[in-house]
Write a protein that binds this ligand. Structure first.
Ligand SMILES: [Zn+2]
Length: 344
C-alpha cells in the first residue's frame, strides 16, 4: 500500500518565500461527463480505461441505489465489481481500512459514489491502492469531485488536514437526474461554494503574493472559468433552484450543475481561494453552525464578508441579493447565531 502523497516541491517550485517568481499551474480531470441517465451508461466510458475489476466505494447513507446502477452497468460489459461501504469520516483510519481490503481484492480502478466525504475518501483510497479513481457525485453541493485533494477529518469528524494527489480523478461522471432527485438545499448550497470561485480568484489574481492550493500563481484560464461560473449562477441559479425543487432536469439545472461541479472545481484549484473560504473555515469551529449548515452555506456568508472587507459594497449587495433569492444565508442571525451582530 502506498503512503499518503506528500507533494513537496512538485507543485510549489519556488516556495521559499512569497516574493519570488512562481509558476502558473493548471490542473483538471481529463474527462468530465454530465447528463441525464449517464450512470446507466457508465460502462461505455469505463471501457476507455481498459479496466476489468472495479472497486465501488459508496456511502451507506442513501447512495446504495446509485452504486447499484454503477455495478449493473459494469456487469453489462462483463466487468466485475467489489462493493465497499463507506461508513465513517474521511479519516486516515477509514481510508486505510478500505485501502487494505481493496488491495487484497486486486481491483484495477476505484469508483467513488456519494455526496462529499465518500468522494474525498475515494481519492485517498485509490492513491494508496495505486489505481485510477472515477468520481460519481450524487449531489452538486460542493466543488470537491474534480479536484486532486481531499479534506481529512478525525474519526470524531473534526477537520484535521488536507491530502494532495499527483493527479485529478480520471473521470467525473454526474447524472443530473440523480442531482435533481436530491433535496434542493444541496444544489443551492453548491451555488454558495461555486459563487465564491470568481470572487476569490479575482482577489488572488490581483495580489502578487497570493498562491493557489498548489502553492503556485493562479492561471488566467481558471479565473475565466470562475467568472463564467458566477455569470451562470446569476443568470440561471434562481430557475435551477425552482427546477430542483420539482425534480425537473432543465437546461438551467444542467448549467448550474456544471457551474457547481466543473467550473467551480477547476476554478478554485488553479485560481486560488481567499477570504470567503477562510471565513467558512472559521465557522466550522462554531459547534452550532458546523452541526447545522452545509459547507456552501458557510462559504456564502464568507463571500459577502470578503466583499465587504474588500470595500466592494456594490458587489456585496448584488451577491447578497442573489443569495437571498435562492435561499442562502446572508446574516449571522440566519446562521442561528443571533448573539452576534451582523455586518452593516
Ligand atoms: Zn468550498
Amino acid at each position: 500500500m502506498r503512503e499518503a502523497f506528500i507533494p513537496g516541491n512538485v507543485y510549489a517550485l519556488n516556495d521559499n518565500g512569497l516574493d519570488g517568481a512562481s509558476p502558473r499551474i493548471m490542473i483538471a480531470p481529463p474527462k468530465y461527463i454530465q447528463g441525464e441517465g449517464v450512470l446507466d451508461q457508465i460502462h461505455h466510458y469505463l471501457s476507455l480505461l481498459g479496466c476489468r475489476r472495479f472497486g465501488v466505494l459508496a456511502s451507506s447513507r442513501g447512495h446504495n441505489a446509485e452504486a447499484g446502477r454503477v455495478i449493473e452497468s459494469i456487469a453489462k460489459s462483463g466487468g466485475e465489481s467489489v462493493l465497499a461501504v463507506f461508513e465513517g469520516e474521511c479519516s486516515v483510519a477509514e481510508v486505510e481500512k478500505h485501502s487494505r481490503a481493496l488491495l487484497d481484492a486486486s481491483i484495477d480502478c476505484l469508483i467513488a459514489v456519494g455526496g462529499g466525504k465518500s468522494v474525498d475518501a475515494g481519492k485517498c483510497v485509490a492513491y494508496r491502492v495505486g489505481v485510477p479513481v472515477v468520481i460519481v457525485p450524487t449531489l452538486a453541493s460542493n466543488d470537491a469531485p474534480c479536484s486532486a485533494l481531499s479534506v481529512m477529518y478525525s474519526d470524531e469528524g473534526v477537520m484535521n488536514g488536507v491530502e494532495f494527489f499527483p493527479e485529478n480523478p480520471v473521470f467525473v461522471v454526474v447524472d443530473t437526474s440523480v442531482v435533481a432527485a436530491a433535496s434542493a438545499r444541496y444544489l443551492v448550497s453548491g451555488m454558495g461554494d461555486a459563487m465564491a470561485t470568481w470572487y476569490e480568484a479575482r482577489v488572488c489574481a490581483a495580489n502578487p503574493k497570493a498562491r493557489t492550493v498548489l502553492g503556485t500563481r493562479p492561471t488566467l484560464a481558471a479565473g475565466a472559468l470562475g467568472e463564467l461560473c458566477a455569470k451562470i449562477l446569476y443568470e440561471h441559479g434562481e430557475q435551477a433552484s425552482l427546477d430542483v425543487t420539482s425534480g425537473t432536469v432543465s437546461g438551467a439545472l444542467e448549467d448550474v450543475v456544471e457551474a457547481n461541479t466543473l467550473l467551480s472545481g477547476v476554478g478554485f484549484e488553479s485560481g486560488g481561494l481567499a477570504g470567503a473560504h477562510g471565513y467558512a473555515q472559521g465557522f466550522t469551529n462554531v459547534g452550532q453552525v458546523e452541526a447545522n449548515f452545509l459547507h456552501g452555506e458557510m462559504v456564502a456568508m464568507g463571500v459577502v464578508a470578503q466583499l465587504m472587507m474588500e470595500g466592494d459594497v456594490t458587489e456585496a449587495r448584488r451577491v447578497a441579493e442573489f443569495f437571498a433569492r435562492v435561499g442562502l444565508p446572508i446574516t449571522l442571525e440566519q446562521m442561528a447565531w443571533p448573539e452576534m451582530t451582523t455586518m452593516g
